[in-house]
Write a protein that binds this ligand. Sequence first.
Ligand code: ZN
Length: 349
Amino acid sequence: MKAMVLHGLGQPLRLEEVPVPKPGANEVLIRVRACGVGLTVVILVATPGRVTSYPRIPGHEVAGEVVETGSEVKSVKAGQRVTNHFYLTCGQCANCRSGRETLCLSSRGNVGAACDGGYAEYIVLPERNIVAIPGGVSDVDAAVASDAIATPYHACHKEARVGPGDDVLVIGAGGGVGIHMVQMARLCGGRVLASDIGENKLALAKKWGADEVIDARRGELAQQVKALTGGKGVHAVIDIVGNRQTLEAGIKALAVGGKLVIIGTKPKSVYKDDPSFMLDPGDFLHRGLELHSSRYVTAAEIAQTLELVRQQRITAVVTQTFPLEKVEEAHELIRNNATAGRIALVIDG
Ligand SMILES: [Zn+2]
C-alpha cells in the first residue's frame, strides 16, 4: 500500500510502498478514504518523545470502511464505515472507567505516534478506538468531525458550559478547530466573539456564525472585548492559540465568574516561544474565575458529534483537500498559519 512515512523527528514525510498491516485479535483493518490534517499532527511529528519509534505513519483523523476484523472483535463488521478516537487508552483505569479516558493513567500514546496512523491506504486500530459513521455523513466530514468538530463539542458543552445568551470569545476562530468552535458555541446558544488575525480568517468566522469579529492586531484584545460587551467581559474564553499573549488577554477579557478554557498550545520545543503565562491569584480569586483544560473528547462524544453533523446542526468546514502524496504541502501551510478552516487528505483507489 502507499503511505507517507516519517523516519525521524521533524523530518519530511516520504511516499513509500509498505505492506498492508494485519489486524490482531482485538483490532480492525480499515481502508482509509479520508484523513484530517491539523496543527496537532504537525506538532506531534516535531515534538521529542511523542513518536515512540520510527519508521512511523502519522495521521489520526481517519474515516474509511472496515475490511477485516480480528477474531475477538464483536462491535464492528467488515463493510461498516468508521472513524476513530485519537488516544490509545487502556479502558480499565479509574479515569477510563469514569468517562475521562483522555486522562488514561496507562495510555500507550496516540494514533499516528505510538501506532501507525491514517496517512496511508490502510490502517489497523484497536476495536476500542472505532466509532461508527452514521448514514448521510461523508468520509471527509466524518474524519474532520472525529477531532476538529468533536473537540469543540467537549470544550463548549463540558468545559465552558456555554448557555443561552452567554458571551463567548473564541481565540483562533478562523483555524481548523476554531471555525467549528464558532459554530458549536453558537449551537449551545452563545453570542460568539471571534478573534483571529487576517481578513480571510475573520471573514470565514463571520460566514460560519460569529456575531462579532475581532482582528487581534487592531488594538488590545481585552479592550476590544470589553467594548463589545458593555464593559462586562465574556462568560467564557476558549483559547485555541494558547500562547502567553492570548492567555493573559483572555483572563483580562473574562467577566466576573468567567471561565478560561485552554484547548491547545504551541510547545516551546516546536515554536521556540515559552507559552507560560502570568496569573494574579488575587485577581483570580476576587473575580471568581475558573481555569479549565479541555483535552480532546471521549469516544461517546465523537458519536454525539457525528450525530450533530448528520442532523446538519453543524457543518465540517473543509477549505482544501490534498491527495496522500501532497501531505507535506498541507503541513507547510499549517506550520505557516496560512490556512483557514480544516484541511483533509482524500485517498482514492
Ligand atoms: Zn485508562
